[in-house]
Design a protein around this ligand. Sequence first.
Ligand code: NG1
Length: 414
Amino acid sequence: MDLRHPPASVRVDRFTEAFGAPPTHVAFAPGRVNLIGDHTDYNGLPVLPMALQRRVELVLRARPDAVVRVANADPAAERGTFLLSEPLERGRPGHWLNYVKAGAGAVQTLAAERGVAPVGVDAWVTSDVPVAAGLSSSSALVVATMLALLHTNRITCARAELMARAARAERFVGTEGGGMDQAISLGGRAGHALRIDFEPLTLHAIPIPDTWRFVVAHSGERAEKSGEAQAVYNARVRACADGLAALTATWTPAERTDLGVDGGAGVTYARLLARPDLAPVARAETRLDGPTLRCVRHTLTEAQRVLAAAAALARGDAEDFGAAMDASHASLADDYGVSTPRLDALVTEARRAGAHGARLTGAGLGGSMVALTDEHTEESVRAALLRRLRDFAVEDPVVFTAVASDGARVDALL
Ligand code: NG1
């Protein structure tokens, strides 16, 4: 697929051919690259992503009825039609329309809560976010659809609430995901990475120093979030919950109350992160073993690395930031088991070519890696990654420098 948005005039023509009248607005939602903090969000622990210049765009026109009709610039993606006035049915795993319906479902719920009979939309979708690449093309489609339908229904809602609703809505597709992707797609800020916390949901924008360059490379291995990979992901989510229960059980009820980690609401990973005096990682290492230990250790140490990396970013310390990225990759590979030989090779290559640090990004099991470089090493790292991808015989390799961008929005077409 051609990963570029066609010029505006082409989109207007294609939309008009498909739907019989010109579009009036464009809804867009960016993909993201997560700089550090993977497999933490569904445990309520922080992440540090930035919104990308690559995004999903829907040119659209409101409809007078409850019909949603969507077409996609990708010729392989079949057109879809469904009704907002009826319960939405999920198609086969991984089908692109599931993500459209997920976003539509969020608006259906909001409309029902507000006593509004929802109207639909005609939309033509383009995207330059590679699919199944760990760059959140799926949430970008969910968020863009949600904003399109909020617009056609003139429903307003606070951004933070939209972030939480979008995260819940995306579970329609069958993945028990966390809230990072939807939050950054809605909350992205040009020139900034965002530290996102989930208990409660808060976003803290940190400026990225002018000389820093985050280089992203897609391994060419698809990290599908359907079928088997979805099952693997969901199994990890459950394993983390079981691991937390196992760790919590090592404290007696009286100790838990004493330590203030069980104050009625139960122990959460975020509460443990806020209590370094409890030394939860050391405790896990002495009381747990096997996959349970590895799961808990990755989760807690990854969250600590997010805090360290956010502090390093705030003081412009590329060496410390890079070291946190390297440690994150090791933990994702060794403890969490979500790297691949190719991602390992790309990460090693980036460091060899002068990156301050590098790691896989997103869910892993394929997908992309990200490296911190600067204005002196950006080109050599990009060239080295491209060479390596060619060694792996990847067709149309995707290597680019991420530009921290603003979050999702609807604009009028002139
Ligand atoms: P990607 O890499 O886009 O599949 C997934 C989850 C995130 C987060 C990361 C791992 C969804 C929509 N996204 O992202 O919430 O858990 O994995 O950090 O499920």
